[in-house]
Design a binder for this molecule. Sequence first.
Ligand SMILES: *[C@@H]1O[C@H](CO)[C@@H](O)[C@H](O)[C@H]1NC(C)=O
Ligand SMILES: *[C@@H]1O[C@H](CO)[C@@H](O)[C@H](O)[C@H]1NC(C)=O
Ligand SMILES: *[C@@H]1O[C@H](CO)[C@@H](O)[C@H](O)[C@H]1NC(C)=O
Ligand SMILES: *[C@@H]1O[C@H](CO)[C@@H](O)[C@H](O)[C@H]1NC(C)=O
Ligand SMILES: *[C@@H]1O[C@H](CO)[C@@H](O)[C@H](O)[C@H]1NC(C)=O
Ligand SMILES: *[C@@H]1O[C@H](CO)[C@@H](O)[C@H](O)[C@H]1NC(C)=O
Ligand SMILES: *[C@@H]1O[C@H](CO)[C@@H](O)[C@H](O)[C@H]1NC(C)=O
Ligand SMILES: *[C@@H]1O[C@H](CO)[C@@H](O)[C@H](O)[C@H]1NC(C)=O
Length: 386
Amino acid sequence: MTFQYMNVFSLLVVVLASTHFLSSNLRHVKHFLEEFNVISSSPDLIITQLNRHHHHHGKKASKVDICDDFPHDSVPPDTNTTTTFCVDRNGCCNFTTIQSAVDAVATLSTKKSLIWIKNGIYFEKVIIPKTKPNVTFQGQGYTSTAIVWNDTAASSRGTFYSASLQVFSTNFVAKNISFMNVAPIPKPGDVGAQAVAIRVAGDQASFWGCGFFGAQDTLHDDRGRHYFKECYIQGSIDFIFGNAKSLYEDCQLISMAPSLLVGQKSINGVVTAHGRASADEDSGFAFVRCSIGGTGRIWLGRAWRPFSKVVFAYTYMSDIIAPEGWNDFNDPSRDQSIFYGEYMCTGGGANASMRVPYAQKLNDTQASLFLNASFINADQWLPAQL
Ligand SMILES: *[C@@H]1O[C@H](CO)[C@@H](O)[C@H](O)[C@H]1NC(C)=O
Ligand SMILES: *[C@@H]1O[C@H](CO)[C@@H](O)[C@H](O)[C@H]1NC(C)=O
Ligand SMILES: *[C@@H]1O[C@H](CO)[C@@H](O)[C@H](O)[C@H]1NC(C)=O
Ligand SMILES: *[C@@H]1O[C@H](CO)[C@@H](O)[C@H](O)[C@H]1NC(C)=O
Ligand SMILES: *[C@@H]1O[C@H](CO)[C@@H](O)[C@H](O)[C@H]1NC(C)=O
Ligand SMILES: *[C@@H]1O[C@H](CO)[C@@H](O)[C@H](O)[C@H]1NC(C)=O
Ligand SMILES: *[C@@H]1O[C@H](CO)[C@@H](O)[C@H](O)[C@H]1NC(C)=O
Ligand SMILES: *[C@@H]1O[C@H](CO)[C@@H](O)[C@H](O)[C@H]1NC(C)=O
């Protein structure tokens, strides 16, 4: 299997062209798509298509025209257990921003809140506070519905506050939507340029068919138990980081670290930086049936804190994985407490013959703890979905 981030966004470009949004933001996303190599040959594609669209509708384009095709039938009605909030950036249903729908959710509601989100790029920084549990974001596809912002560590109160979506509540669910941070990609030596796409700081969160786009520190898998199914996760350095206990199944992990010249041995990316600080902490990242591809020369993980715990099982690894595989954050005292395991992985990057000595080839018994949703006590909380 090979993955190209170019393909993923060809669809998003079409959506960009068919929606109405501010030209400064448009420029920004165009810049992002170029920087992230999404548009290589035709940087003016979006502008051209947007102009064509405007031309087509001319000055007569009105709200009524735009809303003629709105699929009102697709928006699920309220039930006695769920309240539905509809978001459309063109104003064809109740809310035009996702945050305004979140704000409308009743505090500590005894019902679930389904926020149904029409295709489009939502340029906003969104926060779901602790007082709003049981919120679901339902997008129309991760290549066509996205929450996009561009804060960095320097422009917010630090990396932890830079995320385009921050989730502090329990039982958050997201389906078929992307989270993007389009801040400029950090250059070597840049300070405070880390830019998180999402911070997941509530317990019992799940993500189904979602996209996560950024460079350094894309997915802040902060704390709690989380589940990721069939997601697309792109980044460069430490692009999945935090101290959560999470299971990632059937996800694509795509490095967008710069390509290196043949023979160059430097490392320019890392998939995970798990932040377990002591033996008492019940956290860890498990990746099952995932695939790792993209560009650069990267490690599977580095020990952000001494008890960092990460397992890859049944995962395809392209040869962008450096033969040593893992890094102890240049602190050999961590080698005793790190738990880095691999089990039944395939591909050129999975060759374990040159791995660091503290990397473990797990046996069946050891691996079994990480291979299914029992790892995150899913029977207590994870609904069967999709
Ligand atoms: C909710 O509605 C369904 C039918 O739509 C009904 O069978 C059920 O009893 C209702 N539950 C409550 C708690 O009102
Ligand atoms: C959403 O709009 C519909 C129809 O326009 C209306 O009936 C409903 O009360 C609105 N819901 C909210 C939460 O504003
Ligand atoms: C909301 O989430 C809490 C856990 O945070 C759970 O106990 C409760 O049953 C949920 N309520 C609904 C209506 O889903
Ligand atoms: C997500 O989108 C895919 C195709 O785009 C669709 O087949 C699937 O049913 C959707 N799932 C959810 C939960 O929205
Ligand atoms: C985010 O984008 C806006 C619009 O392009 C720009 O004015 C702002 O400086 C950017 N913020 C950061 C932190 O780069
Ligand atoms: C694994 O790497 C070693 C050292 O580079 C090499 O000798 C060996 O052939 C490789 N094994 C496979 C199965 O590719
Ligand atoms: C698996 O590895 C553990 C830890 O090294 C060891 O205690 C156990 O005996 C092994 N089990 C099997 C079936 O090899
Ligand atoms: C998960 O794996 C464990 C260990 O192999 C097993 O005991 C458990 O029944 C499995 N759970 C599910 C939900 O498949």
